[in-house]
Design a binder for this molecule. Structure first.
Ligand code: OOG
Ligand code: MG
Length: 260
């Protein structure tokens, strides 16, 4: 592999630990193939695990037109959710621990059974799902001006930082996920509305893509994991005092408040 994986893991962890933006990797290297970007992401995960972190799930990003247009990246991405990043349904997030956080609503699958590709489809995902809950993800790109290319955001574990997970959800089959409604509001103003179909036509198909991706690399999605399927609306800045709420047609509400 041409890319210096350890150098870029240090670069990204330096940004996280120092709470400062760093230059996107593709500002420095002429070419960052997608496989190399996932290799950096995997080495970054290993570094977190070596620090005593554990995995609580896996995530998708850039699965809606709203997000793809906002970020200027037109392909979905896959990343990891650390146990330390999971927050309750009514969460306070310390903004000073982060760089330039943003908030976005999420449809979150909680698995009841392991799931691994290849060949996983939306029906398999629903069969393996214990419940579907709402969420708000706090994303925090480590890159300057929250700006990146596809391989940059992959290497950066898809900007994952925190995720507030709803307390009340539904069993698969209890409601149509395509018409599941989401209303996202920041400081009382509605900034986005969407249905589940905003996620590449079907949130369960998104999770199937993730299971197939993880399976290709010899891994699996595990029972008990939480899987944010990607934001159906665009993301908004989270500052001190910002209150973001996600309300859903048939999932419990989730809110995140920015604190110092
Ligand atoms: C990348 C992460 C995208 C989503 O839900 O679309 C993501 C980013 O926008 O910084 O988590
Ligand atoms: Mg997200």
């Amino acid at each position: 592999m041409a890319v210096d994986v350890d150098r870029w893991v240090d670069h990204l962890l330096g940004a996280v630990d120092g709470r400062r933006e760093v230059a996107a990797i593709t500002k420095d290297v002429d070419e960052l193939p997608i496989d190399d970007a996932y290799a950096i992401q995997a080495a970054l995960l290993d570094r977190y695990l070596a620090r005593g972190e554990t995995i609580a799930g896996a995530k998708l990003g850039l699965t809606s037109a709203a997000k793809q247009e906002q970020m200027g990246v037109s392909e979905p991405v896959y990343g990891w959710v650390l146990a330390s990043s999971i927050l309750p349904a009514d969460a306070e997030v310390s903004v000073s621990e982060l760089i330039h956080p943003r908030v976005e609503p999420e449809i979150v699958f909680r698995l009841g059974e392991d799931l691994a590709g290849p060949g996983v489809d939306a029906g398999d995902v629903l069969d393996a799902t214990a419940e579907i809950v709402g969420g708000i993800e706090v994303i925090d790109s480590r890159y300057e001006a929250f700006s990146f290319t596809l391989p940059d955001v992959i290497a950066d574990n898809t900007s994952a930082a925190r995720v507030a997970v709803g307390a009340a959800g539904i069993a698969p089959g209890e409601a149509d996920l395509l018409t599941l409604g989401c209303v996202f509001a920041v400081d009382g103003e509605i900034t986005g509305t969407a249905t589940g179909a905003a996620l590449l036509g079907d949130p369960a198909s998104c999770v199937a893509m993730l299971a197939n991706h993880v399976g290709r690399n010899g891994g699996k999605l595990e029972a008990g994991w939480v899987i944010p399927a990607g934001a159906p609306t665009d993301a908004r800045p989270l500052g001190v005092g910002t209150v973001a709420t996600a309300r859903y047609s048939c999932l419990g509400p989730v809110s995140v408040t920015g604190v110092a």
